[in-house]
Design a protein around this ligand. Sequence first.
Ligand code: SF4
Ligand code: SF4
Length: 389
Amino acid sequence: MTGLICCTLECNLACTYCYEGNGLKKEMPSIASVNKQFADAMEEMILFIDELYEYNDGLLTEIIWHGGEPLLINIDLLEKIMKDQRIKKHKIKWAIQTNGTLLNEKVCKVFKEYKVSVGISIDGLKAHHDKFRVMKNGRGTYDLILSNIEKARKMGITCGALVTITDNNVMDLSDIYHSFAEKGLNFSFNALFPTAKNAEEASLDVKDYSKAICNLFDLWVDDVRNNIKISPFEQIIEGLLKPWRGIPACHWAKNCSNSFVAIDHTGSLYPCEHWVGSREYCFGNIREGLRNALKNNTYFAKRTDYLKDNECMACSIFPLCYGGCPWNGMILTGNHMKKDSSICEGRKEIITHIYQRMQQNLKDSPFGSLSFEEYINEKMAAFNTIEEG
Ligand code: SF4
Ligand code: SF4
């Protein structure tokens, strides 16, 4: 299970489509009070990491510093946790998801020591990025972020980009790919589809999106000069090769709350960082013990079975999709039990496209001449027979 530490919900930027709602806040947060809150919760954070490691049976455990913007927290405080004697003896894989504006030399020195890998939100090209990912005064952040990434990489820090795909950049994915390939920067992506709350900022059309993603896949597969990773594609390929294990990404998980847990600055526990602050999804506090609290993390337990017999009934990609992210189901419909309907059409097209391209390209394709549906049904049936036996 991966641990997400939500250091603060505050942020120094005012990105227009921020799901944390910081885009609405034009005032800088009080750095002193954000740090005071975090400092007061350090014992809880240490307890969380320690107990999560024990919960994971002492196996390598990933901890992700998250926000809001986690680098609003003084790096000395983050370091204090990473170097705590109770934590240092564990095998921890550290990562951070940041907007990259506060990634300075002092921060990078600590990240280098603890091998923290850095995920940075960049929306592709400067023109698009600077329109949406802005300082509180409206200034674009692209040049600052790119310069910080360059400095961080020179210091040996592993950096990757996270691109939010919107109606504004969906047609530029080829240029975005070339821009990252030129920099040798791996990336991941997610899509911003319209919901009741963001309809003004987001009007991404699912057909445009899936077509652009299929084209991006082809570009990536056919590019023999560059060698960057696009993690969602690698995860889908892994899932296609071993469908019984699923696609190793939370949005494709049968029950993501078996794989993720988040803590906030009060020690409260949630299924993931999206739910932080929604009291009805707080399933306990680290003070009562992680293992104990996790028994109450049952919000999504029946979701897959429900969707299988209802909205996702007879969907050919259900054995890989499982209805998508409960958070997206929630923001689309107000009910986490509902499927993430924004993905349906797109997911089918994308996954079938990737399957067919691999079928054509691989010399000894494990897919043979089977159609996507035949292949998935065959593999899952074989797995279920073994499970039942
Ligand atoms: S694609 Fe849509 S209908 Fe199919 S399993 Fe996923 S959420 Fe359900
Ligand atoms: S709720 Fe969504 S974002 Fe959160 S862990 Fe689950 S799938 Fe991932």
